[in-house]
Design a protein around this ligand. Sequence first.
Ligand code: LLP
Length: 442
Amino acid sequence: MANASAALDHADDPSIQDLLALRPWLKYDVVDGLLMDGVPLAAIARQAGTPTWVTSAAVLRGRCRALADALAATGLDAGIHYAVKANDGRAVLDLMRREGLGADVVSGGELRKALAAGMPAADVVYSGVGKSAAELRLALASEVGQINVESAEELAMIAAIASELGVTARIALRVNPDVDAETNDKISTGRARDKFGIAYQDAVALYRHAATLPHVQPVGLATHIGSQITGLAPFRAAFDRLSTLIVALRTEGLRVAVMDCGGGLGIPYRNEPVPTPAGLAAVIKGAFHNLDVRVAVEPGRWLVGPTSVLLASVILVKQTPATRFIVLDAAMNDLARPAMYDAWHGIVPVSAADAARPVFPATVVGPVCESSDTFARGRALPPLGQDAVVAILDAGAYGRVMSSTYNARPLAAEAWVDGGHWCLTRERQTIEALWDGERLPT
Ligand code: LLP
């Protein structure tokens, strides 16, 4: 009975076939099993071991171009700053640079990574609610294109450091428009109670003040209301408020050249309907087309989310009176999203024979010693034997970057698929590396 009710709870889950239909870069071959762009994932699992992240370069390139095309089609002067936090792998940043994207960074570490990947500093925007003096010094000395300021207190820090360095800080004010992005509470950022941005009612006065500071040049406004946004209405509401602000600033004779629209565009983890880049671009155009501003977006998830899978092997299948537990060798320390946000990720077998078998409900877990280490409950999956490999889908955004070594589990290996070949882009961390840098007290 427990199994039957779990199945009912999840009756609207897409089937394995439905999941793959929306992800045409993943296909079954009867002999080789699940292929990513023609490369057998079983071969990668065999040679690299599991857990291993696998990324399709072709899908990533395609998404960069699709987003750029959608913006270009609006006729707006528009730029893309990839939100590095979503996936800061070297291979990913290198591809983004080759595709001509800039970067949105939120720490000195991300700034250094973007610069090391060859991103021109002028194409880097530095966001974040708490930039330390050392990080601001690094950003100003590197001459990043724009710093998005989140408070009056931060503006004062920037003004002081810029004058000490004898440089001019190009800043935008990140405005909190008090709009509910209608997404998970933990990733909503644009409501008045959230820590982000400058209160809407304070923005004009602070911009006016910024324009009086000798080493500060206010270039425009920024906003970012949240992540995994699955409707256009919240974007529309936020951008309308921002366009009102631009008009108010201009009425005072203040110059506003840039409107940074943030990230947040959602992806269909469960095949749910989500807006397209063209839909978002149309909303941006609707709000700003007659204001003569350069617009920019800062997407992370939309660009990288669907590009990767996390390969994991079945350690064992544990049957209790109530539940079939499939225990994987990947865990919450690798992919934290299900544990942190109850996020739903597709899970499909790599063997084509397994994928063709009848399904029944299972709870898919990792070996970590807490119950939050659960990837899925009541998920319709075929019987899977020991060592069967599964692919956890849409793991490219907020996957590897949020990994930890909890339970002394080393960071997973990473592989890259391109042009029908694959290679390792990150070795699996060694066990010894887990205590690198640790010292006994003297
Ligand atoms: N710009 C700013 C200022 C941001 O804070 C973020 C994400 C982005 C852009 C990119 O948003 P995206 O396009 O990726 O939605 N770890 C969470 C997501 C946290 C998002 C944080 N900020 C998750 O796994 O769902």
